[in-house]
Write a protein that binds this ligand. Structure first.
Ligand code: NAP
Length: 256
């Protein structure tokens, strides 16, 4: 269970621990975790560092369920985001999780059992303005999840993506904002709107409960949604035109 120190990851760890699972949670700095969950063991993991990913996998030993939750987000105009920052976010939200998955899969395949649950985002279903790096990394994670799912199913391994809507956590996007930017007005509006949306988001506990339900499903689907109005958004997306959806997205993030 990556990123168990706070937010959604901590909430998932709480639910799984109380349901009787043996939970190993990760943090870049486990010693600094304020409110550790009793009975959960913590390992260091920095997804920005391949050696740390390998070390964490080795320390964890055989894993029955891998939950790729740790991640971050971005906030900058697509036209101005430095490529280094885009790459960093892809490392955190896509390449790091892929490396971890590749680390645990050989053992799962040998044992012909396993469950990989990736935490995506509704931003990986509806591209969000000013969050192009985050949205594109989460779209890519969805694609990776679906490809992998159909490669390892015959080994008895389940692969699922869970997309939360807005969830009330302290997630802080990496911001890149040039004072001379032509996008200043729209981006300021977006930032104000985001603060309101996050404050009104769902309790992270709903994600924990959903994860437990997915892990207990007899034949889990490839994709799930949870919280922040995400299930309704996913449902209506099937019937609405791209043009209509685009207008609604702009409106919902405070853009004209
Ligand atoms: N909050 C939302 O509205 C929302 C919506 C949709 C999807 N999500 C997704 O849900 C996941 C968790 O988000 P959250 O809101 O709970 O965020 P959060 O409260 O900021 O927690 C992020 C977690 O990721 C870990 N982390 C950060 N950088 C890391 C790194 N370089 N290497 C390893 N671990 C790292 C943090 O652990 P340490 O700081 O202890 O290392 C922390 O436990 C993310 O994948 C996010 O994209 C969130």
């Amino acid at each position: 269970m990556t990123g168990a120190s706070k937010g959604i990851g901590r909430a998932i760890a709480v639910v799984l621990k109380s349901a009787g699972y043996q939970v190993i949670g990760t943090s870049r700095n486990p010693e600094s975790i304020q409110n550790k969950i009793e009975g959960v063991s913590y390992l260091p993991l920095d997804l920005m560092d391949e050696a740390s990913i390998e070390e964490c996998r080795a320390q964890a030993g055989p894993v029955d369920i891998l939950i790729n939750n740790a991640g971050g987000s971005s906030l900058w105009p697509a036209a101005e985001g430095p490529l280094a920052k885009v790459r960093d976010l892809f490392q955190l939200d896509l390449f790091g999780p892929i490396k971890l998955i590749q680390g645990v899969l050989p053992d799962m395949m040998r044992r012909r059992t396993g469950f990989i649950l990736n935490i995506g985002s509704m931003a990986g279903r509806f591209a969000v303005p000013y969050q192009s790096a985050y949205s594109s990394a989460k779209f890519a994670l969805a694609g990776f999840t679906w490809s992998l799912r159909n490669e390892v199913k015959s080994f008895g391994i389940q692969v699922v993506l869970l997309d939360p809507g807005d969830i009330r956590t302290s997630i802080e996007p990496t911001v890149h904002f040039r004072p001379d930017s032509g996008f200043q007005t729209d981006m300021s509006r977006f930032i104000r709107n985001r603060e309101v949306r996050m404050a009104e988001g769902s309790d992270p506990a709903v994600v924990g409960k959903k994860v437990l339900k997915i892990l207990r499903a007899e034949d889990p689907r490839p994709f799930y949604t949870v919280g922040g109005g995400a299930p309704a958004m996913a449902f209506f997306k099937r019937f609405l035109s791209d043009r209509f959806i685009e207008k609604q997205i702009k409106k919902s993030v405070g853009l004209k």
